[in-house]
Write a protein that binds this ligand. Structure first.
Ligand code: SF4
Length: 65
């Protein structure tokens, strides 16, 4: 069995996509185009909630999206 570690991942956070959660294959990830998803849709980045925001809001008003 082999494993792969991304050099941009630190404690589950992606340093390439501006601090979003690491979601291998998401938009902006080094793996875009190298992996295929069952539904064929490249997932968008999701950022951890900042103070005063609700968490896990993938359709929120974060201007970085
Ligand atoms: S989302 Fe992609 S580029 Fe970012 S840390 Fe995860 S594997 Fe690496």
């Amino acid at each position: 069995m082999s494993s792969w570690n991304c050099r941009y991942e630190v404690n589950g956070i992606c340093k390439k996509v501006d601090g979003a959660y690491c979601r291998p294959g998401m938009k902006g990830c080094v793996l875009v185009g190298k992996v295929k998803f069952q539904d064929g849709v490249v997932p968008p980045p999701v950022w951890p909630a900042r103070d005063g925001e609700s968490s896990g809001d993938p359709g929120g008003s974060d201007p970085r999206r």
